[in-house]
Design a protein around this ligand. Structure first.
Ligand code: AMP
Ligand code: GLY
Length: 427
């Protein structure tokens, strides 16, 4: 089988490294991929959002299967385009990807099907939104741009003045472009956060091992929200009892709701959960694998990823085994200084040979790297993710941090407390 993976981040690198283990795959391609992915797959220089060009390339080069992971090409309907050309693909079609692409849609879905989520109101008229904020007397409140906003469209406002300024910037100032024309205003919830990725073929849902992301840029959960600075799996707060509640009140009802709406979801559905005092609550859905959650979840997958993906596409998920190791995994992200705001690119990266550490004690997933005259250099905000495994979380973290110390580039920034909260957890 010739398989193309669409995207070029650490998540795609983790998917490619796992797919490489499959005996069914003879050739792996990535569009656009990156320098590190180039050691594991053939990179094709087409942007993930050039959906027509990707579908044409896949047809001309006779791909047998395509894995679409980033949110934008999914929301733009790349899976539909591939299906029209007779190429099976992993990922939701455009109608199902709306579960991430519109927060107004996903909140409405949860309300209609009684899936636990924060109480909210939706506004497309700035004056009505302001009038509503003026009636709120519990703070903080959470403002969310309706559409895709690179994970930055969520603002937690501490008081009315802050919220009124923010709503003006979103709905009138165009801070998040058209994504902010409609805004969801919701109650602020407190509790540990858990990410659960789940395979679903539209009927059956199979949750993967749970994980914990670290979204803020700085230690102690300070600084700006990023795409994610590190992850651990499993998430110690996610006990078997909580997993059972989530299955019954969130995972199965969501998959059934999408089917009932005529939008059956096939692919990886990401549940961003908060274990609030009243029970597990949905903070967000994503229509794809998480980044950097994938970098700790897939290394623990013991089943053949390609077999599972094919079963998802063919609606046979209930027939395949999906099993995970009972080990622990930790991923530490090495970012460019200044990320998620301004940062420099083109810094030489030292410590790696052919993109990996020589000792094999950890796997290096490349997110923002490229080759400049034969030298590996930085080319993005998140540059690398260093993942290690252990029999317990502490061992996995120690190994990941020790390995990360061997890699350097000018301005390198990493958090030093990935997993600290998970280690201290007494659920
Ligand atoms: P999202 O992009 O929807 O994942 O939101 C980014 C982050 O904002 C989440 O990981 C949470 O930490 C936080 N957040 C989102 N919604 C809420 C909420 N209703 N209450 C508290 N925190 C929230
Ligand atoms: N790590 C969060 C996400 O992938 O959206």
């Amino acid at each position: 089988m010739k398989v193309l993976v669409v995207g070029g981040g650490g998540r795609e690198h983790a998917i490619i490294r796992k797919l490489k283990e499959s005996p069914k795959i003879t050739a792996l391609y990535a569009a656009p991929g990156n320098a590190g992915i180039g050691y594991d797959a053939t990179c094709v220089p087409i942007k993930a959002t050039d959906v027509e060009a990707i579908a044409d390339w896949a047809a001309e080069n006779r791909m047998d299967y395509v894995v679409v992971t980033p949110d934008n090409p999914l929301a733009m309907g790349l899976v539909d385009l591939l299906e029209e050309k007779g190429i099976p693909a992993f990922g939701p079609n455009k109608k199902a990807a709306v579960i991430e692409a519109s927060k107004a849609f996903s909140k409405g879905l949860m309300k209609k099907y009684h899936i636990p989520t924060a109480r909210y109101e939706t506004f497309s008229d700035v004056e009505k939104a302001k009038a509503y904020l003026n009636t709120c007397d519990t703070w903080p409140m959470v403002l969310k741009a309706d559409g895709l906003a690179l994970g930055k469209g969520v603002l937690i406002c501490q008081d009315k003045a802050e919220a009124l300024t923010a709503i003006e910037e979103m709905m009138v100032g165009g801070k998040f472009g058209a994504s902010g024309n409609t805004v969801v205003i919701e109650e602020f919830l407190i509790g540990p956060e858990v990410s659960v990725l789940a395979f679903t073929d539209g009927e059956t849902v199979v949750p993967m091992v749970s994980s914990m992301d670290h979204k803020r840029a700085l230690d102690g959960d300070r600084g700006l929200n990023t795409g994610g600075m590190g992850t651990v799996a499993p998430n110690p707060y996610y006990t078997p009892e909580i997993a059972q509640i989530c299955m019954e009140t969130i995972f199965e009802p969501t998959v059934a709701a999408m089917k009932a709406e005529g939008r059956p979801f096939k692919g990886c559905l990401y549940f961003g959960l908060m274990l609030a005092p009243d029970g597990p609550t949905v903070i967000e859905y994503n229509c794809r694998f998480g980044d950097p959650e994938t970098q700790v979840v897939l290394p623990l997958l013991e089943s053949d990823l390609f077999t599972v993906m094919e079963a998802v596409t063919q609606g046979r998920l209930s027939e395949v085994e999906v099993s995970f190791s009972d080990r622990n995994a930790a991923c530490v992200v090495l970012a460019s200084g200044g990320y998620p705001e301004h940062y420099e690119k083109g810094k030489a990266i030292t410590g790696l040979a052919n993109g990996q550490l020589s000792g094999g004690e950890a796997t290096v997933y490349h997110a923002g790297t490229s080759l400049k005259e034969g030298t590996l250099v930085t080319s993005g905000g998140r540059v690398l993710g260093v993942t290690a495994m252990g029999t317990d979380l502490k061992e996995a973290l120690d190994k990941a941090y020790t390995a990360a110390e061997k890699i350097a580039f000018e301005g390198l920034h990493k958090r030093s407390d990935i997993g600290a909260r998970a280690l201290a957890a007494k659920p």
